[in-house]
Design a binder for this molecule. Structure first.
Ligand SMILES: *Cc1c(COP(=O)(O)O)cnc(C)c1O
Length: 361
């Protein structure tokens, strides 16, 4: 077996022990004589996985008791609709920070539903910088403030959180959930599609403060209402059983690896290796993002020409390092180094970067 180092931005690499366990348990789950994905979502076997997954999320993120953990279909993208449908309902407006491609998508959907004030727009700097969190002028009457904690395409990541007072802070954490400890009490809601740091595509995690559930719109169809899912423990309809099962295994893998402390330590090591390779290349590789907001998950960089970008990506692939092409909207290169990317993969990439720069610089 030869596994590649997979630097894709999402879906992305998963821990090998998780894949192996899924393989082992697939045909006959714990002696049931069938797989978990063929079992009823009301079976005791699935129920155990479902509830344990929710408990592990609470434990790893150290959630205060007044937050509900929801597991929903539709990816992070459905949340772009559900958030304004549920919370932008009382004649209020919401505040938005436009920090890159994903924030803009969330904004576009919100605007169809209610009034949105943009309090930061990174367009002029081509989405390579963030403002100091303390400089944001938040409307004290806003229904909420939305931000994107990590812009997967531009490689820009918030390092500090605005103090929004009574205004609930809502964050799209799709590409950096579970990469760092969070001061959850600062957030009204966080959400994330699974396919970067949590598991396979097909489910979104939403963590919502209970008081917000009470004030949410009452005029929604069942699936679109957060309250439905909170009241039904995310079992109102058939949940995405397979991705939730995989998330369960990923969370156990995180826990075994020292929990959030272990993750933070490995992330710090991996980022210093990869940004170090950029810094030490005497300008051959350039990261366009301001130093104070460079992503620890998606490292974007360019070479001296587009031809070199292309050669770099091709040669890396031939050496077993795939998925290094930047998003089609921005070009260049991008190395996504999510939790499941082993340090050896990052080391191999940094070595290759040095070799390539020496040959082509
Ligand atoms: C991937 C991603 C999304 C979209 O997630 P889906 O599950 O495909 O809907 C949204 N926001 C961010 C920051 C992402 O990285």
């Amino acid at each position: 077996m030869s596994r590649k180092y997979n630097f894709n931005a999402g879906p992305s690499t998963l821990p090998l022990p998780v894949l192996k366990q899924v393989q082992e348990e697939m045909v006959d789950y714990h002696g049931m004589g069938l797989s978990l994905i063929e079992a009823s979502h009301r079976s005791k076997e699935y129920d155990q996985i479902h509830n344990e997954t929710i408990s592990l999320i609470k434990e790893l993120l150290d959630l205060p008791s007044n937050y509900k953990v929801l597991l929903l279909g539709g990816g992070a993208t459905l949340q772009f609709s559900m958030i304004p449908l549920n919370f932008l309902n009382s004649g209020k407006s919401c505040d938005f920070t436009l920090t890159g491609s994903w924030a803009k998508k969330a904004y576009a959907d919100s605007e169809k539903i209610g009034n949105v004030n943009v309090i930061f727009d990174g367009a002029e700097g081509k989405y390579t910088t963030l403002p100091p969190a303390s400089s944001l002028e938040i409307d004290p009457d806003a229904a909420y403030l939305h931000l994107t904690s990590n812009e997967t395409i531009q490689g820009v990541q918030w390092k500090e959180w605005p103090d929004a007072g009574n205004v609930p802070l809502i964050a799209d954490m799709s590409s950096d959930i579970l990469s760092r400890a969070l001061p959850m009490e600062k957030f009204g809601m966080i959400y994330a599609g699974a396919q970067k740091n949590l598991g396979p595509a097909g489910v979104a995690l939403a963590i919502i403060r209970e008081d917000l559930l009470e004030t949410a719109s009452k005029n929604l169809t069942a699936y679109l209402s957060y309250k439905t899912h909170a009241d039904g423990n995310s079992l109102y309809n058939t949940p995405p059983v397979f991705p939730i099962y995989c998330i369960n295994l990923v969370l156990k893998w995180v826990k075994q690896g020292g929990g959030m402390q272990g993750i933070e330590q490995r992330t710090a090591e991996k980022t210093s290796v990869i940004y170090g390779a950029i810094e030490q290349s005497s300008g051959f590789y350039k990261c366009p993002v301001s130093e104070n907001c460079r992503s620890t998950m998606n490292v974007v960089f360019t070479l001296p020409s587009e031809d070199l970008d292309k050669n770099f990506i091709e040669q890396a692939a031939s050496e077993g390092m795939i998925g290094l092409k930047g998003h089609r909207s921005v070009g260049g290169c991008r190395a996504s180094i999510y939790n499941a990317m082993p340090p050896e993969g990052v080391k191999a990439l940094a070595d290759f970067m040095k070799e390539f720069a020496d040959k082509n610089g």
